[in-house]
Write a protein that binds this ligand. Sequence first.
Ligand code: UDP
Length: 318
Amino acid sequence: MNRPPVSIVTGGAGFLGSHLCDRLLAEGHQVIAMDNLITGSVANIEHLAGVRSFKFICHDVTEYIFYPGPVDFVFHFASPASPNDYLEYPIQTLKVGALGTHKALGLARAKKARFILASTSEVYGDPLVHPQPETYWGNVNPIGPRGVYDEAKRFAEAMTMAYHRAHGVDTKIARIFNTYGPRMRPRDGRVVPSFITQALKGEPLTVYGDGRQTRSFCYVDDLVEGVYRLALSDCHDPVNLGNPQEMTVLEIAEKIRQLCGSNSPIEFRPLPVDDPRVRQPDITRARTLLGWEPRTSLEEGLKRTVDYFRRLLEQGAL
Ligand code: UDP
């Protein structure tokens, strides 16, 4: 190929999408970010203004995606992704997982591009198998409040495999576990930005339930590395991407409080409906097929994230 690879990133102004755009640009790609900005923000990509190989198109990818010229990779990362967001936008969440995936796959098919789906550990629901390997089919409540996200992503995986089998599209599926880092929205409701914001402002840390539910947190740069390796791989089956270091919500609250040097008290709140009790990726497949595993320690990743939120605080944006 005597031109740079061209990548379209749906959700390119979001948390993961914008970091992915940075990485692809660093790899010499020409990058087109698409986003309708319902949960994404131009602030996440404003540092790319004026970069010749980057373009932003404000578009709702549940509608037909028109792009002239060659495309080599379609990264479908558009979706509300925090429980608060998908409770606020339930229908948009279902639409972008279903109709948006269909449109993005259609584009990949027409352009003979590789397609990479941002799927989620939520396909495992409240898991009865622990840790979760890709072979586990999950335990999802289809009609619960989280069902809009979980089922949309499950549908998206089914649609992706159908395009692979029926149309021969070169598809990849990343099952992304809890990820954190700079550019998360302070008020998106997810646990890391919530606790950091609360700790920096001296407000109580809102722990849901008894705080003994577990999650496993991956730093965003590690995650993007995994996505990039997956995109270049020959693997069509889903691959878990996440950090297997599991901890309770109370432990992450303590850690964040300590890193922020905060005296905020812990305040217990009711556990949201269908909140998974445990979550930890089995990353054997990613290790074996991609030679990938997370490298950033929780301490280091949280420090970088806290620095980002401190800057927002100084700017009066927290
Ligand atoms: N959580 C919490 N306090 C908060 C936000 C979240 O205790 O202010 C808990 C939530 O109930 C869940 C875990 O932290 O058990 C992770 O929540 P998050 O919204 O980050 O993502 P999830 O993994 O549930 O999709």
